[in-house]
Design a protein around this ligand. Structure first.
Ligand SMILES: [Zn+2]
Length: 264
């Protein structure tokens, strides 16, 4: 039996997740969530983050509109069951990204049409327009979608309470902070990320930037994982409270400024 469930988080907006990690909408340990955004003529599924078969059929229980799948980025935990779809929209910088982690996808890619999304693009679902923001950092091709109708920002792994920064190339951290600062917070009412079900307040963007600028350089905690570079790790607050923040940044990125730490 399918373990999907969905919760309405606004007019025509749904969070889709799996009961395997409970059904709580409160902040706590990480969960995996996709988002369904329903317009008058089309619906959009943001990420394939739920590792359960049958997402297409499950979506049909919510809407019968033609479905467009958009990926926030190319990490393997955002492309589950991609084979169920013949086309997908994403930023070109992450197009080949999954292949280096999962060579089996090379075969899949031959059957998949990939459409590109760039900074400032808009997606019109009829009666509902989404604006694309490209913020490299978590990956080089990470994008966020802003539903202009409700002011809901779908932020993937970019504006998030847990940020794994740039393990496969990234801009200097100062540029990432600058791009976050330029998000139009006057148009953002609430934020939903891929691994939390609770709504993040727009003020959290400033909180992230302050912690990255002031606290991260001071921390002496490191995060080691086989195959990953040496990562500086700041953990702030309790996971059950909204202001929790956990960020890991490669030491090499933290130590450099400007062109020298740009990926080749
Ligand atoms: Zn990711």
């Amino acid at each position: 039996m399918s373990s999907f469930f969905h919760v309405s988080i606004g007019d025509g907006l749904y969070l889709i997740s799996s009961v395997a990690s409970g059904t709580s909408m409160e902040f706590g340990p990480p969960t995996a969530n996709s988002y369904l955004i329903v317009g008058r003529e089309k619906a959009l599924l943001f990420d394939l983050a739920v590792n359960e078969p049958g997402i297409r059929d499950y979506i049909k229980t919510i809407t019968d509109r033609p479905l467009m799948v958009v990926l926030s980025h190319g990490h393997p935990d955002h492309i589950y069951h991609l084979r169920d779809f013949s086309q997908v929209w994403m930023h070109e910088a992450d197009e080949n990204f999954p292949l280096c982690l999962n060579p089996g996808l090379k075969l899949l890619k031959r059957k998949l049409t990939i459409h590109q999304l760039r900074q400032g693009d808009t997606i019109d679902l009829a009666g509902r327009v989404l604006t694309v923001f490209h913020i490299p950092g978590h990956t080089m091709g990470s994008i966020l979608l802003l539903d202009e109708q409700t002011g809901t920002l779908f932020s993937g792994d970019t504006v998030a309470r847990r940020v794994l920064y740039g393990i496969t190339g990234c801009p200097p951290l100062s540029e990432f902070e600058e791009m976050l600062l330029h998000l139009p917070t006057d148009r953002i009412h609430k934020i939903y990320s891929a691994h939390d079900r609770g709504a993040i307040e727009p003020e959290y963007i400033g909180h992230m930037i302050r912690l990255m600028r002031e606290e991260l350089p001071k921390t002496e905690k490191y995060w080691h994982f086989p195959g990953f570079p040496k990562m500086r790790n700041l953990v702030y607050g309790e996971e059950s409270t909204p202001d929790f923040f956990d960020i890991a940044v490669p030491e090499a990125v933290l130590d450099c400024e400007g062109e020298s730490c740009r990926p080749k």
